[in-house]
Design a protein around this ligand. Structure first.
Ligand code: NAI
Ligand code: MG
Length: 392
């Protein structure tokens, strides 16, 4: 039997992950779940939000299901650290980013596919007094380890960094800025990683019959990094003559996806742009309650909803948050390990519940979240899961 490392993390991660496991079990997927510690509590207690024992579990079992973590700003991180750990050189880093880098989970896939009848689906006026509801089926491939989120950044850069930057003519524009008044984040992309993510995007398009792959970057301004990305896109694209290569600029793409989202199939971007464009598409298919993702490396893969820990809803009892993003992430896990019949069955069950429209969490009713959502007719997290299970 397969062992899955279950890492609920913080906040609503602890709510939605057990719901996904209930659905997996109801679908007949048999596995051992071992718990992996991750998140803010472990930062506070141990000075490490991603303890080595959790990395070891992932190393051993290869597959992780992850809920969400809480990350707080630098000053809060320092303040909340346990007294005995203070001033000992502990530095907070995001454990999900750390996990992606440690295992080189460089291929992030975020499918954004509308469920028919979802009240949160994108609609647009049809010019005849009515509206149309094009179904969105976009899959975003986000390079997951490099680029703007590579973590190579400074406030008050060391002199050697400053000196190196001064060799660039454009630094003249910053000559008057003191280093202590300067913050720098880098955007480094490598040929190898870029080629891997672009190839993964084309392979996916080929396997699942998508007609186009869009490289979404900004090569007219980010001439080096986006320039390299697009160039490699064109090279790799030649190997797939049946799939059209489109390229868009990230800013324009954010506009186009609110006008004609149905035109797009597979998209591929650097880390930050992929994060942005995938949230944009997620908004068209129901938002964070529906947005799932996979982080895939050569040996380890971790599946997680796109949303965070939504701390304001963490302690509500009953819980009001939507478990579908987490359940769909578990479906991506099933796809990854070849249990495609089960994942398709779960997705079909979700589709039936959404189309019937009888059981809805607060977000699907477009009402405010909070304890009062239930008295206003919203269903609980567990009721929505139960409805999905009843269709299986
Ligand atoms: P968030 O995704 O946690 O929540 C934003 C809002 O979206 C929530 O207030 C809620 O209204 C809604 N929402 C999120 N998940 C939902 C669900 N399943 N059902 C219904 N509504 C849902 O993002 P936020 O508020 O920016 O960050 C909260 C914490 O989460 C922060 O500490 C942040 O660092 C962390 N975070 C963690 C991520 C991860 O673990 N991968 C990703 C994004 C944020
Ligand atoms: Mg995000």
């Amino acid at each position: 039997m397969r062992t899955i490392v279950a890492m609920p993390g913080d906040g609503i991660g602890k709510v939605v992950l057990p719901e996904a496991i209930r659905v997996l079990e109801a679908a007949g997927f048999k596995a051992n779940y071992v718990h992996g510690d991750i998140g803010w509590d472990f930062w506070i207690k141990e000075g490490n939000a991603l303890p080595k024992r959790t990395l070891d579990l992932l190393e051993e079992h290869k597959i992780g299901l992850f809920g969400a973590i809480t990350s707080k700003p630098k000053d809060d991180a320092v303040r909340e650290l346990a007294a005995e750990l203070k001033d000992k050189g502990y530095v907070y880093f995001s454990p999900i980013v750390g996990m992606r880098q440690h295992f080189n989970l460089d291929i992030c896939t975020r499918p954004c596919k509308s469920f028919e009848g979802n009240p949160l689906n994108f609609i647009r006026k049809n010019g005849k007094g009515g509206f149309e509801e094009p179904l969105v089926d976009a899959v975003i491939f986000r390079q997951n380890t490099e680029g703007m989120y590579g973590g190579i950044e400074w406030t008050n850069p060391p002199k050697i960094v400053r000196d190196a930057l001064e060799t660039h003519p454009k630094m003249k524009g910053f000559a008057h800025v003191k280093s202590e008044d300067m913050a720098i984040s880098t955007r480094i992309v490598s040929r190898q990683a870029t080629e891997r993510i672009i190839r993964a995007a084309f392979e996916y398009a080929k396997t699942f019959g998508y007609k186009n792959v869009t490289v979404c970057e900004k090569p007219n301004v980010l001439r080096e990094t986006s320039g390299m990305f697009l160039k490699i896109g064109r090279q790799v694209g030649k190997e797939y003559p049946d799939i059209s290569l489109w390229d868009t600029n990230i800013d324009a793409q954010m506009m186009w996806l609110t006008k004609n989202p149905e035109d797009y199939g597979v998209l591929v971007s650097e880390n930050m742009f992929g994060d942005i464009v995938s949230d944009g598409f997620a908004g068209l298919i129901g938002g964070l309650g529906f947005a799932c993702s996979a982080n895939i490396g050569d040996t380890v893969a971790v599946f997680e909803p796109t949303h965070g820990s939504a701390p304001k809803y963490e302690n509500l009892n009953p819980s009001i948050v939507n478990p579908i993003a987490m359940i769909l992430s578990a479906c991506m896990m099933l796809d990854h390990i070849g249990e495609i019949e089960k994942s398709n069955r779960i997705r079909k069950a979700i589709g039936e519940v959404v189309l019937e429209g009888k059981v809805k969490t607060y977000d699907m009713m477009k009402i405010r979240g909070g304890a009062q959502a239930i008295s206003r007719g919203a269903n609980t997290t567990q009721q929505l899961t139960d409805a999905i299970i009843s269709k299986l």
